[in-house]
Every structure is written in C-alpha cells, then in structure tokens.
Design a protein around this ligand. Structure first.
Ligand code: SAM
Length: 472
C-alpha cells in the first residue's frame, strides 16, 4: 500500500505506485490540456507531484521541452540566484565488504589498489584541498566495519575541521558513507557534519537486490530507510540521489521524487540536495554490461523537471559529467558542482599511477578548481564557497524557510561575494581574479537591503586587508 508518510521502505517507495505513475504518464502525455495545467502549476514555483513530473518527462513535444528548460532556469534563479556552490570529494578509504556490481570497490575486485588514509595522510590531503581554495568537502568511503568503522570516520572529521593551513579552512564536511544506525547518525551530527548524503542507486527493489548480491548493502529496506534514521538521529540536511544507468530512468525518476515527497510529508523538510550521477566506466566495471544508460537529451530533461518538482532543493553535479554537459546542466537547475576532484584515495597529494589505481570511477571533467571557477565566471555564474547557513544553524526547515521567503539576495548573495573574494585573494590566478573582481563590483548593487550592502562592502575591504571568515 502506497503511503508517503509511512517509514517502511516498500510503502513510501511503492512499486505499484511507480508502475501506475509510469502508465498514467504514458497514457496521458498526449493530453495537451493536462500538460498545460501541469506547466501552469509548475510556473507557480511551489513544486509538482511525482505523477505530474512523470507526465512532463513522457511528453515529447519539443515546444513543451523548451518551456520546461526555460522554467527550470527561472526557478533556479528565483531561489538560488546565479550562485553555484563549490565542493570537492575526499576519498578516505576504498576498503569495502559489499558486492555492488557497478562499483569498483566491490569486495571481489582483486585489481583495484586498496588504500585507507591515516590521519596524517588526511591532513596532507586537506592541506592540498585548502591550497586549492576549497572550503566544503564530501567525505567518501567504502563500507567496511573493520577497516572503516564509524570511529574512523568521526576521527577523520575531527582531523579535517582542526586543520588551519595559511588562510585555509574546511568549514563544512558533508558525509557520503553507507547506511548506518540512528545512534551512529547522532554521532555524525554531534561531529558537526553538514549534509548526510546517500545515493539509493536504484529504487527498484528486485533490481537493487540483483545489483547488490552480497554485503550489508544488499538489504533494500535498511538502505532505503537510511534517511529516516538519519532524521531520527537529528541530521536534518540529507542528500538523496540515484545512480542513473542502473535501472530505467523512468522508474528511478519517479522513485527519487517519491523519496523527496516522503521526507517532506514525514519530517516537514524535503531533501537538502539531490544528486544525479550517471554510471561511469571504472576498474572491473564495464558500462556496456548495463543497458539503461541515459542519453544526454533525456538526462537534461530529468534535471530540469527535478528542479521544477522540488524548487527548494539543491542539485548537485559532479565531475562524472563533462564540462560541456555541466554547462548545460547549470542552466537547468544545478546549484552545486565539484571542481578539481580526485576520486582516488590520497589523490590530491599523489597523482594516481596505473600500478596503484584506487579510483572509484573515471571522471570527465579534469580541470583545476581555478579553471572551473574562471569558467563559471565566464558563463555568468557566481562561484560560491559559502558555508554560512549551516554554521549559523540555518539547517533543515530553517534553511528552507529562508529560501522560500526569497531571502537569498540579502543573505546568500553577499555571502557568495564575500567567499569568492576570499578565494581570489588567496588562491586564484590573475585572470580569474580579474573576472571575479568585476563580478563582485557589479553584483554588490543587487543586494537590496542597504544595511546588508554596506556591511558587505566593509567585509570586502577587510578581506583585502587580510581578515577572513565573515558571514551573514
Ligand atoms: N559506501 C557508500 C555507500 O554505499 O553509499 C558510499 C559510496 S560511493 C563512495 C559513492 C557513490 O558513488 C555510490 O553511492 C554510487 O552511486 C557511486 N558510484 C559507484 N560506482 C560508480 C560508477 N561506476 N560510476 C559512477 N558512480 C558510481
């Protein structure tokens, strides 16, 4: 029985509701009156349901697709402005007891080089990340109760927050580790994590079980109910996602939106972020074995309709996507991207060698952070290194309220400009610095509140004089 408020996986992600949604979309996608009514609802920027979203995805009319793209862009600007939050992944360990057939960390893979960072190695990685200019990390680790127990993750978080190298600091550590207990989520919250991220991989239970034949991750309910336990453990910023390419995109698109609806209905706050990774080539993983690859044009539509369906949720694109595809996705609602990423364990200090390959997957965007920042400025986006909301306690529904009330221009915009200024003073190339200075000058006048604007001017000049870490 489908029940978005249930905390039982098969009830809030109901297979029969997904299938009947897909059928409804197929049968009604030619009904232009219905499509028009969904577009009109979407234009109010308050979200649409999984059924309505599925209908838009199924509609092949090119003018409708263009309108969806335009609307997604408008909604993105309305709630997020043109700022793009920057982050980098930090791989702690690739030891893993699971058997995920699409992931090179799977326990049976004998060719991948297994590696776990010591606290000293983490320190070196973090200094390298700080020297690039990063302030926000996503911690990644395989699931291994002996090699990567929760105590190791907690100690690593502590180490990361403690490092202050030159003007560098990691101010927000998001965590992408395997599903765990309420108690462990509470410990992660107490360690001061930002978002807890966990990808569902696929919402299709039968397929999920086939793709995860061994290890703790094979338990569909344990994995699917992880965000409920995270919320019960006091983490109110959670990040969901599917790995597109494992299951038909239609099924997982509906499942993803149903998961967001479940969190909103049950906890009063939807996911903080949605990630939309696509399956990549990796060691011991041949993408040709997977028959559900999502072509670019459909992928763009999925991202745009997700933006329309959940207007307040951040959307993340990693370096799995090429620069060209990222440029397009930024226009369709993406609000966070990584830059200068390495997916190998220890990869920020040591360039990976073919003999010691520990990477999770092959990335498509190999540019440095400075190149990505410069490129974003060229495209008219504001690269933001802001971490203020979480540090000011604006998480969960408090963050969503700020966003819904359109307070970004008085809060997020000046924060983005201030953190961009820090970045260019400490890390940018002369070309990037020049572009950023002119953007900062131009956009300051967009801060509506006089008092906030003059305080932002004051902070910018203090940054020029060597002070750091201002925020609204
Ligand atoms: N061990 C944690 C877990 O089980 O969720 C973290 C997993 S991993 C470090 C992060 C994500 O990478 C996975 O959830 C999966 O979606 C993604 N991933 C795994 N293999 C991939 C591949 N071949 N291509 C792209 N993404 C992949």
């Amino acid at each position: 029985m489908y029940n978005p408020k249930s905390t039982t996986a098969t009830e809030f992600i109901s297979d029969s509701e997904i299938r009947s949604t897909m059928e409804y979309a197929r049968e009604n996608c030619g009904n232009m009156q219905l499509v028009e009514s969904v577009l009109a609802k979407a234009a109010q920027a308050k979200g649409i349901s999984h059924r309505e979203a599925a209908l838009l995805l199924e509609c092949n009319d090119p003018t409708v697709t263009e309108r969806i793209f335009k609307l997604a862009n408008e909604i993105k600007h309305r709630f997020y402005g043109n700022r793009i939050v920057m982050f980098a992944p930090l791989y702690l360990s690739n030891y893993c007891v699971n058997g995920c057939v699409y992931c090179p960390y799977h326990a049976k893979n004998k060719t991948i080089h297994r590696k776990k960072l010591t606290q000293d190695e983490i320190r070196a990685e973090v200094i390298a990340l700080q020297d690039m200019g990063h302030k926000r990390l996503a911690l990644e680790a395989g699931e291994h109760p002996l090699m990567n127990p929760i105590e190791y993750i907690l100690e690593s978080i502590n180490t990361i927050y403690s490092i202050k190298h030159k003007n560098g600091a990691i101010r927000r550590v998001n965590v992408n580790i395997a599903a765990t207990t309420v108690e462990n989520y509470r410990r992660l919250r107490d360690a001061g994590i930002g978002t807890y991220i966990l990808f569902q991989e696929t919402y299709n239970k039968d397929n999920y079980e086939a793709l995860h034949p061994t290890g703790p991750k094979k338990d569909y309910a344990w994995h699917t109910e992880a965000m409920d336990r995270a919320m019960q453990g006091g983490i109110d910023d959670v990040g969901i996602g599917v790995l597109f390419g494992l299951e038909t995109y239609r099924y997982d698109f509906v499942g993803l939106l149903m998961h967001a609806e479940h969190l909103e209905a049950t906890y009063g706050v939807g996911p903080h972020t949605i990630s939309v990774p696509r399956l990549c080539k990796a060691d011991d993983v041949d993408t040709a074995d997977f028959k559900n690859a999502v072509p670019d044009d459909i992928f763009y539509k999925i991202v745009a309709i997700t933006r329309i369906a959940v207007p307040y949720t951040g959307m993340i694109i990693s370096t799995r996507e090429s620069a060209k595809s990222r440029a397009r996705l930024l226009e369709l609602g993406v609000s966070q991207i990584s830059g200068g990423s390495r997916t190998s364990v220890g990869g920020y200090v040591n360039e990976e060698t073919p003999e010691e390959n520990s990477s999770q997957f092959d990335i498509a965007d190999h540019r440095s952070l400075d190149e990505v920042v410069g490129w974003l400025l060229d495209l008219g986006h504001i690269p933001s290194f802001c971490t203020a909301c979480y540090r000011e306690g604006r998480t969960g529904d408090r963050f969503m309220t700020l966003l819904k009330n359109g307070q970004i221009s008085n809060c997020c915009l000046p924060n983005a400009l201030i953190t961009l200024k820090e970045y260019i003073r400490d890390y940018a190339s002369p070309a990037t610095r020049e572009k950023a200075e002119s953007m900062i000058k131009r956009l300051l006048s967009d801060v509506p509140n006089d008092r906030v604007r003059s305080r932002a001017v004051e902070y910018l000049s203090k940054i020029d004089n060597g002070e750091r870490d201002f925020r609204f």
